[in-house]
Design a binder for this molecule. Structure first.
Ligand code: RP5
Length: 151
């Protein structure tokens, strides 16, 4: 497998099913990625290590998916200069509004790009678009994808 360009981090194993959409989409685009499970609350040291090393390891974009008081994307963004895409997970008590507000309301200086609740595929598409800004082969994949959408 080639060097991962996208790093995906999930707050819990329970996020895996929804995140399968992102995995499939990146595979369809041929984007090499890495996926780890580490919670900002349960494994903060692992999150720190992973996020701090991501840029020097060659990753170009990070995707963080978490639910409830979802600090994961913001914490990852605190430790990396890379763009971070946040996916708020739907939750049983508040329907994902809790996750959404935790992610989208980042204070000035530490932005994350938040997609829809459970927006796993959109996160993968946005990550590929970010890669495509500097890499023509990924840009072409997005152009082809959009052309198919329009059919
Ligand atoms: C977050 O809390 C996870 O990202 C998940 O979406 C939610 C529930 O996690 P589990 O209690 O199912 O592990 O940390």
């Amino acid at each position: 497998m080639s060097q991962p360009l996208v790093g995906i981090i999930l707050g819990s194993k329970s996020d895996l099913e929804v995140m399968q959409g992102a995995v499939e989409q990146l595979e369809e685009f041929g984007v090499p990625f890495e996926l780890i499970i580490a919670s900002a609350h349960r494994n903060p040291a692992r999150v720190h290590t992973w996020a701090s090393a991501a840029a020097t390891e060659g990753k170009r974009v990070l995707i963080a998916a978490a639910g409830k008081a979802a600090h994961l994307a913001g914490v990852v963004a605190a430790f990396t200069p890379l763009p971070v895409i946040a996916i708020p997970m739907k939750t049983s008590d508040l329907g994902g509004l809790d996750s959404l507000l935790s992610m989208v309301q980042m204070p000035t200086g530490v932005p994350v790009a938040t997609v829809a609740i459970n927006g796993a595929r959109n996160a993968a598409i946005l990550a590929t678009q970010i890669l495509g800004a500097a890499d023509e082969s990924y840009r072409r994949k997005i152009e082809d994808y959009k052309a198919k959408l329009a059919e």
